[in-house]
Write a protein that binds this ligand. Structure first.
Ligand code: SF4
Length: 745
């Protein structure tokens, strides 16, 4: 065993907590939190310690695969695979246009570096449309963010006097650094408060000072009533609104009309409790708010995003310690200008933040429309399992003329592919996350590889480079000056780079490839894939010059060098609170509060009904609950779970009694989209009429003896692409009308 503790990160949620590991052969033998990581500071949750179930995956792919006509796969060598894949996409681009080639994925919770190289190939073949998991959850919020202030915000919960969590259980789903430590600190401090809006008595709700236990699907009425209390009780920060916002009068006018008592009753929350929570927000020096999937994947999702932001905007909780903040970004994960909505080519669905709504994908393929997607590249993602209506997805993917999947294992999506290209896993190559969303200190962590790539696999940057080389669009003469400059050092490279792109603007189209080919070979062993970060470091300096320099980096090359050397991650920006104003995306640096369509929706709540349930499907099923032993589906070995092996269906005691369900018994769940069986857990956390299945189950795993195990329910066998938000097309996975029946033993 290597006695050396090597820094890396957990890859099981967006926090990517720093860890240090000891290795033994190709396994992660010992794991603990990395105290030197600037954001996580030694913190981990229970999941990080189970990471060897990812690393030691016996189901890894070790050769490119090509599908035979009978549906079976044959191993082929890399040269053949690259040549045939590049030729296949070139043929489709020539015959139908490159915009018929759709790209999905680019990484999950910890692996965004490979996807950073996809652009060179995609741009060269003319591919325009893309999507990823963010279009399943966040695009409604992005759309609101873009209108209100042209950026993305995060709360500073570590210092907030009042923390508000809406459809969010950070004890389980984390999302901000050291979440459980921060929650415990808030709970212990009599001068701070926690407000949770959630139908479920979650771990976080159990710690809250105010738990507004809304009925499922009624969050919009609760949030409308809360924002209305601010206006109707004159609790707004008038100075802030006068100095920093436009359109507040339109918002106030709509909120003055809200019948608070009626809406409190409709969402099932006592009016006194609701008013007390709002008064606590108004009295606080600082408020931070986190909305998550509980509202982002439920009816009125975009309206809920809008209304909850009014809680901190109307009280002026911005640009000060403990408040909500705009923040720097290192990688291009989120398009700041996401209000410019395009449309998908077949169904005209809205494209927010550059992402095709996942719910539209099957319809964009399963049609004879001339503009349909005909080919697809899926990278480090498993949409056949993760997006709504798996049956429709499978049918759509099978209808493609060419589907290529880049992944470490034979996922549900890979099984539908014409070619599967095996990637090195996240500990066998340098990797990074672009989920760098904190303020005032923002962290970037380049993880060095711990192991050599498994034989037969390649890191994604090399796969993309081989595909671009095959297209032959960049010549050796174009690259040579940059190669020579890179040998001389980063300063020479910077100068040569600006000369090269200035005299040859065509290089811009393939920049990640150019960096990989020219700077990559000069980087330390195993870090060629970090070459694209050089460009991002220069961009970070240009975008946030003072904050980058405050963090100790004199220029872009210094930042890049710090990233290469900072094995536990580096702080790349250090902001002052006043910087928030400059990060507002609107030219006058003011908030634009009125969004007319959403104000119409707010008014329409009076006559709207909250849920989708019917006599046939009377229960609201939350499909995809975060629990102690759920993770994204890269953890496919079910043995990683110490509990909840089958992913129990949680139901209330009242429903259990009414439906004849018993704890540990079996139940059939039926929705308009499908049917499945699950083990029952009777839980005090659930309200009557509300049930929950966890995320991350229903993926298969082949044991050492060849046996196939598929524990739990794949949630998207039960969901529909039709239940979606009108603005962003995000699915309503947390509000699936269902029928539940006992299954006799
Ligand atoms: S699952 Fe998330 S919070 Fe837990 S250790 Fe991993 S990255 Fe950190």
């Amino acid at each position: 065993m290597s006695a050396e503790w090597q820094p890396t990160a957990c890859i099981l949620c967006e926090c990517n907590c720093g860890i240090v590991v000891q290795t033994e052969g190709t396994t992660l033998a010992k794991i603990r939190g990395d105290k030197d990581h600037p954001a996580s500071q030694g913190y981990t949750c229970n999941k990080a310690l189970r990471l060897d179930y990812y690393q030691s995956n016996p189901n890894r792919l070790t050769s490119p695969l090509r599908r035979r006509p009978d549906g079976s796969y044959e191993e082929i060598d890399w040269d053949t695979a690259i040549s045939e894949v590049a030729e296949g996409f070139r043929r489709i681009a020539d015959d139908h246009g490159g915009d018929k080639i759709f790209y999905y994925g680019g990484g999950g919770q910890g692996n965004h570096l490979g996807g950073a190289y996809s652009g060179a190939f995609l741009k060269t073949i003319g591919s325009r449309y893309r999507s990823n998991a963010l279009a399943q959850e966040k695009t409604g919020e992005f759309w609101v963010d873009a209108h209100l202030y042209g950026g993305h915000t995060r709360g500073e919960f570590e210092h907030a006097e009042v923390s508000v969590f809406i459809g969010k259980n950070p004890w389980m789903s984390q999302s901000f650094p050291r979440a459980r430590t921060v929650l415990n600190d808030i709970a212990k401090d009599p001068d701070r408060s926690m407000i949770v809006i959630d139908p479920v008595l979650t771990d976080t709700a159990s710690m809250a000072d105010f738990h507004l236990r809304v009925k499922p699907g009624t969050d919009a009425w609760c949030l409308a009533a809360m924002a209305a209390v601010l206006v109707q009780e004159n609790l707004c920060d008038e100075t802030f609104l006068a100095e920093h916002t436009h359109g507040e009068e339109d918002v106030r006018a709509a909120l003055r009309e809200v019948p608070v008592g009626d809406y409190a009753q409709r969402c099932g929350v006592q009016e006194d409790l609701l008013r007390s929570a709002v008064r606590r927000i108004a009295a606080a020096e600082s408020v931070s708010v986190f909305e998550d999937l509980g509202i982002q994947q439920a009816p009125n999702s975009t309206l809920c995003s809008y209304l909850n932001k009014m809680l901190w905007i109307l009280t002026g909780s911005f640009a000060k310690k403990g408040s909500q903040h705009l923040h720097s970004m290192f990688g291009p994960l989120i398009s700041a200008s996401s209000s410019g909505v395009g449309r998908t080519p077949v169904t005209g669905a809205p494209i927010v933040a550059g992402l095709v709504p996942s719910n539209a994908i099957p319809q964009e393929i399963l049609t004879d429309h001339p503009n349909r997607f005909r080919a697809m590249i899926v990278e480090s993602s498993n949409p056949a399992h993760s997006i709504a209506d798996s049956a429709a997805c499978r049918e759509a993917f099978e209808a493609l003329e060419l589907l290529v999947v880049i992944d470490v294992t034979m996922t549900e999506t890979a099984r539908l592919a014409h070619y599967v290209l095996p990637a090195a896993n996240q500990f066998e190559k340098c990797e990074a996350t672009f989920f760098n969303l904190e303020f005032p200190h923002n962290t970037f962590h380049l993880r060095h590889r711990l192991f050599d790539p498994l034989e037969g696999t390649l890191p994604e940057p090399e796969i993309w480079a081989r595909l671009v080389r095959e297209l032959g669009v960049v010549t050796e003469e174009e690259l040579q000056p940059l190669r020579e400059a890179a040998e001389k050092g980063l300063d020479a490279y910077l100068q040569a780079f600006f000369v090269a792109v200035g005299t040859n603007p065509g290089l811009n189209k393939t920049l990640p490839f150019v960096l990989y080919e020219t700077l990559g070979p000069t980087l330390p062993e195993g870090l060629a894939g970090a070459a694209a970060l050089w460009g991002l470091a220069q961009k970070a300096l240009m975008t946030y010059p003072k904050a980058v320099q405050r963090a100790g980096h004199a220029d872009g090359n210094a930042l890049f060098t710090a990233i290469l050397n900072g094995r536990s991650g580096v702080t790349f920006t250090e902001h002052e609170y006043a910087d928030d104003w400059a990060l507002i995306g609107h030219p006058d640096r003011k908030f634009e509060l009125a969004i007319p369509d959403l104000l119409d929706d707010l008014r329409a709540l009076k006559d709207a009904r909250p849920g989708l349930t019917t006599d046939e499907f009377p229960i609201v099923l939350s499909a995809g609950e975060r629990r102690a032993f759920t993770a994204n589906d890269i953890l496919r070995n079910p043995d990683w779970r110490k509990r909840d092996a089958d992913g129990a269906l949680r139901v209330s005691a009242a429903d259990a009694e009414a439906l004849g369900l018993v704890d540990g018994g079996r139940a059939r769940i039926t929705t308009a989209a499908g049917s499945a069986e699950a083990t029952v857990e009777v839980s005090e956390a659930m309200l009557a009429g509300h049930a929950a299945l966890p995320n991350g189950y229903g993926v298969d795993f082949i044991d050492a003896d060849g046996g196939r195990r598929v524990p739990g329910v794949a949630p998207n066998e039960l969901t529909s692409t039709e239940w979606r938000d009108a603005y962003a097309g995000t699915p309503w996975h947390k509000h699936v009308p269902a029928r539940i029946e006992a299954v006799s033993a």
